[in-house]
Design a protein around this ligand. Structure first.
Ligand code: ADP
Ligand code: ADP
Length: 247
């Protein structure tokens, strides 16, 4: 029984011209019929060149974009049709790690406030009195010194910032993490460290990953299956070996 069933997902963006008065001159078919299953604890890699629709799929999975058509079933329930409390409960379980930790972390917030921010929306996960302790535990889990809790993002390296982004993604104890090119913005020298961290966290917390990358070499070692996207579609999906057999 898959934890996530994505069926015929479509996203069209209006293509507009003009800055003040926007005139629609066409449609961008960013995602054009994407289907896949994700099992609990599994890692599905999604690879494809820039512009093929990977990020748009990621955003629809965490409800940052609304699909034009199709279904996203979480434990059998189509979450694209949920709203209010039911949607909020589902979103808690599907968290995103963003591509660029230089832009995704608010520079005016301390690391403690950044990692603890999800508790403002979901106070039931951690009462106010326990949050500082929880955030310190999360810092430790991602390999950062818990004493850094009052520092600001600019005081960290790129790899450390992405660890902060990962800690934020873990704050609500999700079942699924959608990682949208989580190492693409990092120095090549630290990319493997961050991938290894994600791999270790998966084993520790039983997480399922949708792991997006533009390059198969980044995801092949940690993915159970890989989907190859091209022009808004998954054109091939299977194990690393299967993908290599049919280039
Ligand atoms: P990828 O993550 O694979 O680089 P994206 O999902 O970011 O691809 O983009 C897919 C296509 O949709 C691209 O042609 C991109 O220009 C377009 N696109 C993405 N976001 C928007 C948007 N908000 N408005 C209009 N077009 C968009
Ligand atoms: P809205 O009510 O406008 O949909 P939310 O409060 O749900 O806004 O989300 C606010 C911001 O929190 C989003 O713009 C996004 O950056 C971030 N966010 C929302 N959901 C997630 C998620 N599942 N994983 C990571 N960040 C998220």
């Amino acid at each position: 029984e898959p934890i996530l069933e994505v069926r015929d997902l479509v996203k069209h963006y209006p293509l507009t011209q003009g800055i003040v008065i926007k005139k629609q001159i066409g449609t961008v078919k960013a995602v054009d019929g994407v289907s896949f299953d994700l099992a609990a604890g599994e890692t599905l890699g999604i690879v494809g060149e820039s512009g093929c629709g990977k990020s748009t799929v990621a955003k629809m999975l965490v409800h940052l974009e609304q699909p034009t058509a199709g279904a996203i079933k979480y434990k059998g329930e189509d979450i694209t049709r949920l709203s209010g409390r039911a949607l909020k409960a589902v979103r808690r379980n599907i968290q995103m790690v963003f591509q660029d930790p230089y832009t995704s972390l608010n520079p005016r917030m301390t690391v403690g406030d950044i990692i603890g921010e999800p508790y403002e929306i979901h106070p039931e996960v951690a009462p106010k009195g326990e949050r500082r302790r929880k955030v310190q535990d999360l810092l430790d889990v991602v390999g950062l010194n818990p004493e850094y809790i009052n520092r600001y993002p600019h005081q960290f390296s790129g790899g450390q910032r992405q660890r902060i982004g990962i800690a934020r993604g873990l704050a609500l104890n999700p079942e699924i993490i959608v990682a949208d090119e989580p190492v693409s913005a990092l120095d090549v020298s630290v990319q493997a460290q961050v991938v290894n961290l994600l791999d270790r966290l998966q084993a520790e917390f039983g997480l399922a990953y949708v792991f997006i990358a533009h390059d198969l070499s980044i995801v092949r070692h940690i993915s159970d299956r890989v989907g190859v996207m091209y022009l808004g579609r998954i054109v091939e999906i299977g194990s690393d070996e299967q993908i290599y057999e049919h280039p």
